[in-house]
Structures are given as structure tokens and as C-alpha cells.
Design a protein around this ligand. Structure first.
Ligand SMILES: Cc1cc2nc3c(=O)[nH]c(=O)nc-3n(C[C@H](O)[C@H](O)[C@H](O)COP(=O)(O)OP(=O)(O)OC[C@H]3O[C@@H](n4cnc5c(N)ncnc54)[C@H](O)[C@@H]3O)c2cc1C
Length: 380
């Protein structure tokens, strides 16, 4: 593997870093998981879009720069290094968009990608239900054909919908053939949240932000052009989204490298003599782990650009980055001692890091996948 960046890639890095230095807000924006913070984050997204930095790897016709995966990684490194705002459009641009590129009709691509990139329309993920989380194939929400009305009637309830209270659209799975085997008979729909019969109810997280919503569907009518990837084909379409969620795009190494660099800075600021000696080794190990994740990602990108799909290894990646994130924040809290109890970005980061082993498929489920599909161990 050649780890040197080409002159063009270095120039790309300098362009990104220069723009971010001139434009990243000097004060952090309020949390994007509050209504007011979300609106301010969307203004930031618009600014990124206008400068064509919102979706660098997308084709130019949709607002991107046709950047390579390598350049995208560079962009991410610089983005997190600059401490730029959290991407509240992430469920759209990182999860749904790759799925629309793969399964969407040209009309769907033209209709949804530009407004997603600009933040004009924002997307949430409607998969989990009160009785279907890990067991996604157990979802009960239905879509029933209504020929007279010319579409599908949605009924049921979704929950844990991140930023559902602030988004304009939801991508969700609904059961279209109740008689089919569990993984079959599901269909992937793109649903405007202002559809008659859809009710969104926001609710608070433990950290106080109203980051979640429950979404209720009562005979909500959606037309055929809102089906992504074919009737009863929802499981394979959803698995493509899942691959993006666990694999490359949702959590790039730049995020963890930037956190590791801040951790080292915190360690230095505290003064090595002032802290428990064992912390020195833990800080070093966390930095090494972040670097290992970066190198592993470079290897994945080499594979993917060579034509291989990310594959089930994305389960390994998901376990690694989510546990790394918890560890980076735990060490910071240990460095801060009692001060960690005060409202601090590290405490807020720690609270969110704790959810990493749960969202995007729990780590217990990922370990089942690794055991069965990577290691070839027998199913229990
Ligand atoms: C911060 C955050 C954001 C989220 N955002 C969204 C979102 O935007 N959209 C959305 O649809 N969902 C979202 N979720 C929901 C998330 O996908 C679910 O919480 C997750 O899939 C687990 O489902 P569950 O909560 O129903 O737990 P359960 O599936 O009930 O699991 C409970 C426990 O049992 C374990 N378990 C279950 N089955 C097995 C098994 N077969 N083997 C071993 N252990 C098992 C699990 O690992 C877990 O520890 C979010 C969750 C969090 C924490």
C-alpha cells in the first residue's frame, strides 16, 4: 500500500483546509438535536453546499465535486480537524444517498439528491419500531395497496427516529406482503413527513436534547414513485443502506483522529505529572487505535476502489469505531477528574459515544454476524 498522497490530493487538502479555516463558525453551534440548533446547522449545510463542499464525492450535477474516495477521506480529516459543525444531514447524504445512487430511478435521483445535498430537504431513518430493533425483519408497519387512490396506505409506528421532529422526509421499511417469509415482502418507501395521516412526536433523550421522535402512520397515502428499489425488494435495498451505516461513510476515521488529537492535547494541558501515570499509556493506546482505524479504512478503500463491496467486514469496523469512541471519551473524563462532571464537550461527547454500541445495529448483533459470516462459526 502506498501511503503518500499525490500532488493533486495534497492540493485538494489545502483547498478544503483553507475554506474551512475561513468559514467554520468561531463559536460551536448549539446542538443539532434541538429545533433551534438544527435550523442553524442547516444554514451551515447551505453554506457548504454553495461552496460545493457538502457532498464532495457526488457527481457535479448533484452539487458535488466527483471527488475520489481518497479525497473524501481527506475532506473528512480536515473537516473534523477544523472542529466544523456536526452534519445534521448525515442520514440523507451518508446513508440514503448511496442507496438512491444504487437503486433509485433517474427521476428519483434528480428529484431527491440536490435538495438533500443543500439541506433544503432533510431525511430521517424510519426502521426501528417498538417491537423491532435488532430484529429488523420483525417490523409490523404495513403498506397496503389502494388502487382506487393510486398508491399505498401506510399504517404503523416507527420509533427512535433521530431528528425526526425536525426533518422533512423519512426513508422507511414497510411490510407489503404479510404472507411472505419475514425478510421478503418488505418495501422501502420515501415518505414526506407532511403527508396526511403522518404524525411526528418528538421526545427527549437522557442528555435533555429532543433528538428522537416517534412517527405514527394512519392510512397515509404514498404514490408509486416513492418506492425505492421495487415492491417487496426492501430487504436488499435496506442492506445496502446498512452497509453504508456500519462501513465506510457514517463514521470516517477523521472523526476519531481529531478526537484522539484533542485527547493528547488535553493530556499535555493537564501536565503529565498532575495525572495518574497509567493514563499516559491509555492516551497513547487510544491514539494508536485511532491510527489503526485510519489505516484499516485506507485498506478498505483500496479494496472498494478495486471493485470489491465493503462486505460483512463492515460489522468488524462498526464494533471497532464504536468501542474506540467510548474509550477516547472515558480517558478524557478520567483526565478531567471531578471537572468532568461539569457541563463540558467531553461529557456531552461521552454521553453520545455510549449510544455507538447500540445504533447502526447493536454490537452484540455485529458480533453474531462476525461469528457466523466472517469466522464461519455454527449458528446457535
Ligand atoms: C442514538 C441512537 C439513534 C438511533 N437512531 C435511529 C434512527 O434514526 N432510526 C431508527 O430506525 N432507529 C434508530 N435507533 C434505534 C436502534 O437502531 C435500535 O436501538 C437498535 O437497533 C436496537 O434495537 P432495540 O433498541 O429495539 O433493542 P433490542 O433489539 O430489544 O435489544 C436489546 C438488547 O438485546 C440484545 N440482543 C437482541 N437480539 C440479540 C441477539 N440475537 N443476540 C445477542 N444479543 C441480542 C441487543 O444487543 C441489546 O443489547 C437509534 C438508537 C440510538 C441509541
Amino acid at each position: 500500500m502506498d501511503l503518500t498522497w499525490s500532488p493533486a490530493e495534497q492540493e485538494f487538502r489545502a483547498d478544503v483546509a483553507g475554506w474551512l479555516q475561513a468559514n467554520v463558525p468561531s463559536e460551536p453551534l448549539p446542538s443539532g438535536d434541538t429545533a433551534a440548533g438544527f435550523a442553524l446547522h442547516l444554514e451551515w449545510e447551505r453554506k457548504l453546499f454553495d461552496a460545493r463542499w457538502a457532498v464532495v464525492s457526488w457527481p457535479e450535477e448533484y452539487g458535488g465535486r466527483s471527488a475520489s474516495l481518497w479525497e473524501w477521506l481527506i475532506f473528512e480529516e480536515e473537516y473534523y480537524r477544523a472542529g466544523a459543525p456536526q452534519r445534521v444531514t448525515q442520514n440523507g447524504i451518508f446513508l440514503l444517498a448511496p442507496t438512491i445512487f444504487e437503486f433509485g430511478t433517474p427521476e428519483q435521483q434528480d428529484r431527491y439528491l440536490p435538495t438533500m445535498a443543500s439541506g433544503e430537504e432533510s431525511w430521517c431513518q424510519g426502521w426501528s419500531e417498538p417491537d423491532a430493533g435488532s430484529d429488523l425483519a420483525g417490523i409490523r408497519s404495513t403498506a397496503t395497496r389502494d388502487d382506487a387512490a393510486g398508491g399505498w396506505r401506510l399504517n404503523g409506528q416507527k420509533t427512535w427516529t433521530t431528528r425526526g421532529a425536525f426533518c422533512t422526509h423519512l426513508f422507511g421499511l414497510f411490510r407489503t406482503d404479510p404472507s411472505a417469509e419475514r425478510h421478503r415482502g418488505l418495501t422501502y418507501f420515501l415518505v414526506p413527513l407532511d403527508t396526511v395521516g403522518v404524525t411526528v412526536r418528538g421526545f427527549g433523550r437522557l442528555d435533555g436534547d429532543e433528538g428522537f421522535a416517534e412517527v405514527f402512520f394512519e392510512d397515509a397515502l404514498v404514490t408509486d414513485d416513492l418506492v425505492l428499489g421495487g415492491i417487496d425488494q426492501g430487504w436488499s435495498v435496506a442492506m445496502a443502506t446498512t452497509g453504508s451505516e456500519r462501513g465506510l461513510t457514517l463514521r470516517s476515521p477523521g472523526r476519531f483522529m481529531a478526537t484522539a488529537e484533542r485527547l493528547v492535547a488535553l493530556y499535555r494541558e493537564r501536565g503529565p505529572d498532575a495525572v495518574d501515570g497509567s493514563l499516559r499509556g491509555r492516551v497513547a493506546q487510544a491514539y494508536i487505535d485511532s491510527e489503526a482505524y485510519r489505516l484499516q479504512t485506507l485498506q478498505t478503500v483500496t479494496r472498494v476502489t478495486g471493485g470489491d463491496p465493503p462486505g460483512v467486514e463492515s460489522s468488524l469496523t462498526k464494533v471497532f469505531w464504536s468501542e474506540l469512541d467510548v474509550s477516547l471519551h472515558e480517558i478524557a473524563l478520567d483526565l478531567l477528574g471531578f471537572e468532568a462532571e461539569l457541563e463540558s464537550p467531553w461529557m456531552k461527547g461521552f454521553e453520545f459515544a455510549l449510544s455507538g454500541p447500540i445504533y447502526a445495529g447493536t454490537n452484540e448483533i455485529q458480533r453474531n454476524v462476525i461469528a457466523e459470516r466472517v469466522l464461519g462459526l455454527p449458528r446457535k
